[in-house]
Design a protein around this ligand. Structure first.
Ligand SMILES: [Zn+2]
Length: 135
């Protein structure tokens, strides 16, 4: 595997958007940020100009990229992304406990049934959340 040299991002330069819609990054005047002409996302230049970070409130973690000269490489250095699986695990645990205590099976009072139902429901909810975040 080639070690692609990470290049400093020049705000006067023309870059493609990391989204897969073939957008172009257009510098936003008087800011250290780019806007995409296709996906309408805003990317802020971080880490002394070596990383662009997606400005987003819908993601629980920030997505960032490094420029290698011809393409964007996803930067995994963001601390927040490392906490994401942990957050999911905590949400899963809380959901499971919540469902276990509130779930009332009208046709079965079996504890095993409640445990399984709570487990399946919380797994589905966490999976949905995970899919929504990876979009
Ligand atoms: Zn875009």
């Amino acid at each position: 595997m080639h070690s692609q040299k990470v290049q400093k991002i020049d705000l006067n330069n023309d870059y493609p958007c990391p989204c897969r819609r073939r957008g172009r990054l257009v510098p936003i005047t008087l800011t250290e940020a780019f806007g995409c002409n296709r996906c309408q996302q805003i990317f802020v230049v971080q880490e002394n100009g070596y990383v662009i970070e997606q400005l987003s409130t819908t993601y629980p973690y920030k997505r960032a990229w490094r420029w290698t000269g011809h393409q964007w490489n996803i930067a995994h250095s963001s601390l927040a992304s490392g906490y994401f699986p942990l957050t999911l695990a905590i949400i899963f645990g809380l959901l499971f406990l919540l469902l276990l205590t509130t779930l009332n099976a009208p046709f079965s009072s079996s504890v095993t049934f409640r445990v399984i139902a709570a487990l399946v429901l919380s797994m589905m909810l966490v999976l949905m959340l995970w899919l929504a975040c990876r979009r």
